[in-house]
Ligand binder design. Structure first.
Ligand code: UGA
Length: 440
């Protein structure tokens, strides 16, 4: 099948490359010329395991190419995916759809008479967007007096950064939201090689499935973080509690890792957007409001733990920050808890030496002035008062803890991701302060 993917950001690039790998011919379109230039040279502009290799192979096999020219893609492809960004309006929390509408306008202007095109919305968009997108494109065609057949479908993505290629290739389900049976059958055929169950529904329910999925996952994280905070008061161990709770098949064990809360480009934005959507319909989303509030408080609580340990006197003390990215296997810094925690330390006069395996260059402009960067965890730890783990990179799980202890000025570790067993840390003689577990 010939497919165009408009928007070569995170979702668009992974979607395009994976569809190409499945044997389709893909054209990736983006208005950013420098991005297109880099992609044409075979450079995977995002850090995503497995993507660069897959991109190179499919460029070589001529299954994927990139252009800034939407017309070219619209002329060549019957199926056009929209995967442009839907950032958050900082004031209201709602999704900002300017890029989606811009593509809709351009599609309406570039479609040729007699064409039949299926527009598929991959971007996370408020409920009703797919339907109004179809209306807008048809309106433009009418104004141009062009007779072309356009149908729109919602087809949300459930990719996680760091495992997006695998998530695309081995999805738990594929959701297709359209009232047009021909479009539904084309999309079903496109996804058939993945062998995943297909949820066929209307566009609004499809858009809601995406929001509800992210909101529920975010809710699990805030819930387990709240339970972790209670564990700290009553002397229980959150990891054992989560393991015990998660064994109930009705509950399941995923997304029950307590820590410093969720970040990234999706959960923070989508939960707030859903609160806004509910408000628009005069529904007060009490649960989601709390999910958001608990998440924001969790990183502050962790910072407070550090401050409390030093009775508020962190001025002049040096901290080794291990991990900046919002989660491992990505260089994404959006809404990363590390930003608030490092800022909080620096604001109180602490000194910070930070290390992250891949996110340093992206983190730099977001971090306060004065932060130093190390080229490995030991370099960060040298002469520091304590190590502060903010991202659970495997590299940290495999640290030579004896070496770390020798390098630190005092053997203190604050762990926002609970990566070490308490007994080990105790045996090694660390003061070890984590989340939802007793201090050792
Ligand atoms: C999330 C969803 O998992 C994807 O299904 C969805 O497609 C994507 O958002 C999106 O809407 O585009 P992502 O943000 O890449 O994916 O990352 P996750 O692996 O879900 O982690 C999100 C955050 O939750 C991270 O900050 C992570 O540290 C935190 N988390 C996750 C926890 O604190 N505890 C957990 O048990 C799991």
């Amino acid at each position: 099948m010939k497919i165009a993917v408009v928007g070569t950001g995170y979702v668009g690039l992974v979607t395009g490359v994976c569809f190409a790998d499945l044997g389709n011919t893909v054209i990736g379109v983006d208005s950013d010329e420098s991005k297109i230039r880099r992609l044409l040279a075979g450079e995977s502009i995002i850090f995503e395991p497995g993507l660069a290799e897959m991109l190179a192979t499919n460029i070589k096999r001529k299954r994927i190419r990139f252009t800034t020219n939407l017309q070219e893609a619209v002329d060549a492809c019957e199926v056009i995916f929209i995967a442009v960004g839907t950032p958050q309006d900082k004031k209201t929390g709602e999704a900002d759809l300017r890029y989606v509408w811009q593509v809709a306008r351009e599609l309406g202007q570039t479609l040729r008479p007699g064409a039949t095109r299926r527009i598929v919305v991959k971007s996370t968009v408020p409920v009703g967007t797919t339907e109004s997108l179809e209306r807008r494109i048809r309106d433009t065609l009418r104004r141009r007096r062009v007779k072309a057949a356009v149908t729109a479908a919602s087809n949300p993505e459930f990719l996680r950064e760091g495992s997006a290629v695998r998530d695309f290739m081995e999805p738990d389900r594929v959701v297709i939201g359209t009232r047009d049976t021909k479009t539904a059958s084309i999309l079903t055929a496109l996804y058939k090689p993945l062998g995943a169950p297909i949820v066929s529904t209307d566009p609004r329910s499809s858009e809601m499935i995406k929001y509800a999925s992210n909101a529920l996952l975010a809710a699990r994280i805030s819930f387990i973080n709240e339970i972790a905070n209670i564990c700290e008061c009553v002397g229980a161990n959150i990891q054992e509690v989560a393991a015990g709770v998660g064994m109930d098949k009705r509950i399941g064990s995923h997304f029950l890792a307590a820590g410093i809360g969720y970040g990234g480009s999706c959960f923070p934005k989508d939960t707030e957007a859903l609160v806004y959507i509910a408000g628009q319909g005069s529904v007060r989303s009490r649960i989601l409001e709390s999910v958001v509030a608990v998440n924001k408080a969790q990183r502050v609580r962790f910072l407070d733990k550090i401050l409390h340990y030093y009775r508020g006197h962190v001025k002049g003390r040096r901290f080794a920050i291990l991990g900046l990215a919002f989660k491992p296997n990505t260089d994404d810094m959006r809404e990363a808890p590390s930003i608030d925690i490092v800022r909080g330390l620096i604001r109180r006069g602490a000194r910070v030496a930070a290390y992250d395996p891949v996110a340093i260059s992206i983190a730099r402009p977001l971090m306060p002035a004065g932060v130093e960067y190390a080229s490995d965890p030991y370099g960060a730890a040298k002469g520091a008062q304590a190590a502060v783990i903010l991202t659970e990179w495997n590299e940290f799980k495999e640290l030579d803890l004896r070496r770390l202890k020798r390098l630190l000025k005092t053997p203190v570790v604050f762990d926002g991701r609970n990566i070490f067993p308490l007994e080990n840390m105790q045996k090694l003689g660390f003061r070890y302060i984590s989340v939802g577990r007793r201090e050792v």
